[in-house]
Design a protein around this ligand. Structure first.
Ligand SMILES: O=C(O)CCC(=O)C(=O)O
Ligand SMILES: [Fe+2]
Length: 283
């Protein structure tokens, strides 16, 4: 994938971008198999809690955790894919700053339950106070993040409201997002919502400040991996960035020089937090 100024323009205007075919179907198939194994292991034992993963879970976080992998090469393939030169160039291009890693996620279909997904801005989980949220959205330079998804099987499970990343909610939007204590948040009537149609190997990146949601249905297979990236000048210390196993001896061994350098930057930024805590609550 080659980064272009058009991509940056599209990103700035919309807060999201869809780029077809960034990985080959062959690589997607290999990763899909690895992800099946991760989900099975998570169900048996979530290494972060020491308990079986939640039954209705639609995601596994931090999929490079060593306990999800019998085979080191599988772990390295995931890390290599999320830090491929094309991806890193793209992320720096759209964010417009030097970037660092934050976390990885695997989104998958669920065994029980059925959810069209709750509309949200990720900022609402960090700033429950509405005025704080508003301040963060209207000063977007303070939060330059990108969520970069790669679909390993076709997926139409992500929706976004283009342009909503750089403005506050309209009355209709806020009523859906937060009205009546979240009772309306799964509404299918969000004005301007765009559903992404991803084929195998497609990339979908979005600014999590914008209005978005994911759909989780038992009958729609989903295997989408995601890397979360942000401005190197910021080091948010919370559950997502708590990954002390990066300090394990030889954790980066076997990676390409570029990927190794990128994850080493992550270690440099976060090693104090991982050594000294405080250990965040599990979410
Ligand atoms: O499942 C999805 O597509 C939504 C994910 C999401 O909300 C996020 O990564 O911030
Ligand atoms: Fe989100």
């Amino acid at each position: 994938m080659k980064f272009t100024p058009e991509m940056k323009k599209h990103w700035d205007e919309n807060g999201c971008i869809h780029i077809p075919g960034v990985i080959t179907p062959e690589l997607a198939a290999r990763l899909e198999k690895i992800c099946d194994g991760i989900i099975e292991r998570f169900k048996t034992l979530n290494p972060e809690t020491g308990e079986p993963g939640k039954e209705a879970a639609n995601q596994v976080r931090k999929i490079e955790h060593p306990d999800y992998h019998e085979n080191v090469d599988d772990r390295l393939l995931i890390m290599e894919t999320l830090a491929a030169p094309g991806i890193l160039e793209f992320v720096e291009g759209i964010i417009g700053k030097e970037t660092r890693f934050l976390t990885s996620t695997l989104f998958h279909d669920i065994d029980i339950g059925h959810s069209d997904g709750g509309w949200h801005r990720d900022t609402q989980f960090i700033y429950p106070d509405i005025d704080e949220q508003k301040k963060m959205i209207t000063a977007p330079n303070d939060l330059a993040d990108a969520q970069v998804m790669i679909a390993l099987v076709p997926s139409e499970d992500s929706e976004y409201v283009p342009g909503s990343h750089k403005r506050w909610d309209t009355p209709e939007e806020i009523e859906i997002r937060l009205g009546e204590y979240g009772k309306n948040s799964e509404s299918n009537e969000m004005p301007g919502a765009k559903r992404m149609k991803l084929e195998i190997g497609d990339l979908f990146a979005f600014n999590p400040n914008g209005l978005h949601r994911g759909r989780y249905h038992t009958d729609k297979r989903r295997r989408t991996i995601m890397g979360s990236f942000g401005d190197i000048a910021q080091t948010p210390k919370f559950f997502f960035s708590y990954q002390p196993w990066y300090l394990n001896e030889g954790f980066l061994d076997g990676l390409s020089d570029e990927a190794r350098a990128f994850y080493q930057l992550y270690i440099n930024k976060y090693q104090d937090f991982w050594h000294n805590g405080p250990v965040p609550d599990y979410v």
